[in-house]
Write a protein that binds this ligand. Structure first.
Ligand SMILES: [Zn+2]
Length: 269
């Protein structure tokens, strides 16, 4: 009976950029990859498997994060990017055959780059106070309407996907976009003003906003929360026309691509 190899696998320390917590992650194993591959069904499943996969790869975590539920409630979406980066780095090291579409000639070409050479991070100065912070935005076009924004956690994301995922079908991008809004309120100075804090109401209200109101919300979010996190940037030169540009690598998309390509590679050989 197999009782496990007596091996200590390498670990990678990740400091989450927004909450400032320290985690160690260990490499994704075959079982973890298999589970991710089986999750290409619905956004809810993908999301759940991705979070579980990260949680199970953690070998050291802060004392107050004990259960999977604690993890979801204490980790922001931008923190997850950092953990995913750690997991990616320790599991695959290289970002292989990442397809870039040249902004000059519009042709595609693949690049391979060491993940660590693309890494950059900006930390939130007040640590996990970010989990409770909210900020009000006065909408410039919809006069008298205020949006309250926050930094969503993995728990907020899971709850929104669960409550809205089935009902609205193809609106997954909108669900993700509206995660940063905790409520809308019209004329808050009046005592009986209506507050919309239900996810469905927020989604419907968001869809009716003029474009400039949407931009005001996202500018405020970027300023207060969004600029804190990791980014994966690389300079790349187009093999067709020689155009040089800076590329932002989408790690979540690439993570799934890697899980698949490693698997396809394995199944061929
Ligand atoms: Zn080009």
């Amino acid at each position: 009976m197999f009782t496990g190899f007596n091996i200590k696998y390498p670990e990678y320390e990740v400091i989450t950029p927004q909450t400032g917590y320290s985690f160690n992650v260990s490499t994704l194993d075959v079982q973890g990859e298999e589970r991710l591959k089986g999750s290409f069904l619905t956004p809810i499943k993908i999301n759940e498997h991705l979070n579980k996969c990260i949680f199970e790869s953690i070998t050291k975590k802060p004392a107050h994060i004990k259960t999977y539920d604690d993890f979801l409630k204490n980790i922001t979406l931008k923190d997850r990017d950092a953990l995913l980066y750690g997991l990616y780095h320790i599991t695959y090291e290289e970002i292989r055959n990442y397809d870039i579409t040249c902004s000059s000639c519009q042709k595609d070409y693949p690049v391979t780059v060491k993940a660590s050479s693309t890494f950059d991070m900006k930390s939130y100065p007040d640590g996990d106070k970010i989990l409770k912070k909210e900020e009000q935005v006065e909408l410039p076009i919809s006069k008298g309407v205020y949006a309250t924004i926050k930094q969503p956690t993995l728990f907020d994301e899971a709850m929104s996907l669960k409550s809205l995922g089935v009902a609205v079908g193809s609106n997954n991008d909108l669900i993700t976009e509206t995660l940063i809004i905790s409520k809308f309120q019209q004329n808050p100075e009046e005592g009986d003003s209506v507050i919309y804090s239900d996810r469905n109401d927020i989604l419907h209200a968001y869809k009716t906003l003029p474009s400039m109101d949407k931009r005001a919300i996202f500018n405020k979010y970027a300023d207060v929360f969004g600029k804190y996190g990791i980014s994966l940037k690389m300079k790349s030169t187009c093999i067709h026309c020689g155009n040089e540009e800076e590329i932002d690598i989408d790690l979540v998309a690439n993570f799934f691509r890697m899980v698949f390509s490693v698997w396809q590679h394995k199944s061929v050989s």
